[in-house]
Design a protein around this ligand. Structure first.
Ligand SMILES: Nc1ncnc2c1ncn2[C@@H]1O[C@H](COP(=O)(O)OP(=O)(O)OP(=O)(O)O)[C@@H](O)[C@H]1O
Ligand SMILES: [Mg+2]
Length: 244
């Protein structure tokens, strides 16, 4: 199953959710392949102690057709295969300027899917053909937004694009992240979502001090570090919903 995490604005928590979801799925005994395709702002290497400055292949080398996807593989922990992106400026700029072969990428992702229980992708936030190519081969799309109107508007846009691409409604989950528990206007936000994206949030993640402190560092699953946190429970619920 190919699951893609998508947002519109930066900083909404896409990578934090991706990291914790990947670790939760691995802990449940599934073989997960985690791919950092947010090539303009990679961050998952921080979670899995993979130094992108090391002289090893990254997803950028694969996209630049300098290696195969299998050469990029890192094994940070049992059951979790990780495909990191690069922070090398020339590789990053070249891909952003010239794009890459989308068909070659989607074919490799589909091949990876045959070897894994779950392929989890931290996708490029911007609305690009490359991002859409990945969404087209995904079995589930998790649209991540904060309650901010600017972030919600981006989700309305993505919803409209997915509709135009003919992507089945059932594949889409909307995740509302960083909601303040004290917010009284959650119903208003849900109503805005319903109006703009023709769908309310499927999962709500409250603003979590643990996550804010954790940042993107460390590969200890949040529910082992902070087992009682609401965030941990919501990650478990999300993993269960996807896996079942
Ligand atoms: N539910 C939450 N509660 C509190 N802080 C959060 C929550 N989710 C994410 N954060 C924090 O928000 C910041 C941005 O998160 P993250 O890097 O995951 O966002 P992103 O959408 O991947 O951003 P980018 O566009 O840069 O890739 C991080 O410092 C993270 O710790
Ligand atoms: Mg990110």
């Amino acid at each position: 199953m190919i699951i893609t995490m998508q947002s519109f604005r930066g900083g909404v928590g896409k990578s934090s959710l991706t990291k914790n979801l990947a670790l939760e799925i691995a802990l449940q005994g599934k073989h997960i392949s985690l791919v950092d395709l947010d090539i303009s702002a990679p961050s998952l290497h921080l979670c899995f102690n993979s130094d992108p400055r090391e002289n090893t292949f990254t997803i950028n080398d694969f996209l630049l057709e300098r290696c195969e996807l299998s050469h990029v593989l890192k094994n940070p922990r049992k059951g979790l295969d990780f495909y990191p992106a690069s922070l090398e400026l020339d590789k990053l700029c070249s891909l952003l300027e010239n794009g890459y072969n989308i068909a070659r990428l989607t074919k490799a992702i589909q091949e990876l899917d045959k070897k894994s229980d779950v392929v989890l992708i931290d996708n490029h936030s911007s609305i690009t053909e490359e991002a859409m190519g990945v969404l087209l081969v995904s079995h589930k799309i998790l649209l991540v937004t904060t309650p901010d109107l600017s972030s919600l508007e981006g989700i309305f846009l993505w919803r409209a694009i997915l509709e135009r691409l003919g992507i089945n409604e059932e594949k889409i989950l909307i995740i509302l992240n960083k909601v303040f528990a004290a917010r009284q206007d959650i119903q208003k936000i849900q109503a805005q979502l319903l109006q703009g994206a023709k769908k309310t949030a499927d999962f709500i993640f409250f603003f979590s001090e643990e996550i804010a402190l954790d940042g993107n560092n460390g590969q200890t699953p949040i529910h082992l570090k902070y087992p009682k946190s609401v965030f941990s429970q919501t990650i478990r619920d999300l993993a269960n919903k996807i896996l079942n």
